[in-house]
Design a protein around this ligand. Structure first.
Ligand SMILES: [Mn+2]
Length: 326
């Protein structure tokens, strides 16, 4: 880790411009880590642009600098650095990234175990969140962790750890959180903004999707579907489904929870597992990826019923093959 940090420090100190990028369907970790990194780089005189193909979900728009995030890359603009945050592969950044020439140097900061190490410098470590790695970078740069930076990192950490509930929460995670609180972060204020500011559309579309809930015969797999019709009828956006798959996992006895959703002519699948099944392995069967307990797949050209059949079959097969029996 030390050697990589030294390289990144050198790159930042020699740079004048940087493009920071989150992944598609951004979560709190990718947005928070991106904005925090941008504010840290600004302290060193680097001029930064932010790119998120799918913008910034409403609940994260209170974070400083979030208003500067662009959904498109400025055509022909070239940077000294491209830094990707929380993206296991350059493809996860999505959109209109040119194949070559966008930046002189690419830095990949991520914590996904299936990271493809696609960059010139890969800062890829096991940690609760990409934000933890950004924190270590800030410390090694001796950057000031101002309240605005601390809030971005805190949001990133709580969203990836389920507010410090998941097994990725480590002593380091809590030590970093302690430091962020010392920088002025107010946990109740942030958790209210993240968890208690749902839109009416979100509650309605989640209710519609939950009414489609199905449970496997062994009662250890549960899945629900958010169809295009449900989304339209409730004027819901993709971000209105955040948290739904976690709610399905919360059912007693459920080991794997799955949410199928139709979006832009694609079928997107979110997986969660409770304690035994590695859902990133299941996602990989279909060309997706993620973490042990949270993973996803995007089917570009598949009818939703077909996608459901194939995915559920695979999940049931995995459960049967594993030592996990209820
Ligand atoms: Mn993450």
């Amino acid at each position: 880790m030390k050697e990589t940090l030294t390289k990144i420090k050198k790159a930042i100190k020699g740079a004048q411009t940087a493009l920071l990028a989150s992944h598609v369907d951004p979560d709190g970790d990718s947005i928070g880590s991106m904005l925090a990194t941008g504010m840290i780089l600004s302290q060193f005189g680097v001029e930064v642009d932010y790119y998120s193909k799918d913008g910034v979900p409403r609940i994260y728009r209170f974070l400083q600098e979030s208003g500067k995030v662009k959904k498109k890359i400025t055509a022909n603009k070239r940077y000294d650095l491209l830094i990707t945050l929380d993206s296991s592969d350059i493809k996860r950044v999505g959109g209109d990234l040119p194949e070559t020439g966008l930046a002189k140097l690419v830095i990949n900061i991520d914590h996904h175990p299936d990271n493809t190490k696609f960059a010139d410098i890969n800062f890829v470590e096991k940690s609760s969140s990409t934000a933890e790695l950004v924190y270590y970078l800030a410390k090694s740069l001796k950057a000031k962790i101002a309240l605005a930076v601390a809030e971005c990192l805190y949001v990133a950490i709580i969203t990836d750890t389920g507010n410090f509930r998941y097994e990725n929460t480590s002593a380091n995670t809590l030590a970093i959180a302690e430091d962020l609180l010392k920088a002025g972060v107010s946990p109740p204020e942030i958790t209210t903004r993240i968890y208690d500011t749902k839109s009416v559309a979100s509650i309605r579309v989640q209710a519609a999707a939950l009414s489609s809930l199905e449970i496997s015969p062994e009662r250890n797999v549960a899945w629900a579907t958010a169809t295009k019709e449900m989304m339209e009828k409730n004027h819901a956006k993709a971000e209105d489904l955040v948290g739904l798959v976690d709610q399905i996992r919360s059912i007693d006895g459920i080991e794997v929870a799955i949410l199928f959703r139709e979006e832009d002519g694609k079928v997107k699948v979110n997986f969660r597992s409770k304690s035994k099944i590695n859902v990133s392995e299941i996602a990989r069967v279909f060309g997706g990826g993620g973490h042990m307990r949270a993973a996803g797949v995007i089917f570009e050209n598949k009818a939703i019923e077909q996608a459901k059949d194939e995915v559920i079959k695979e999940v049931l097969k995995r459960i049967k093959a594993s030592k996990y029996l209820v």
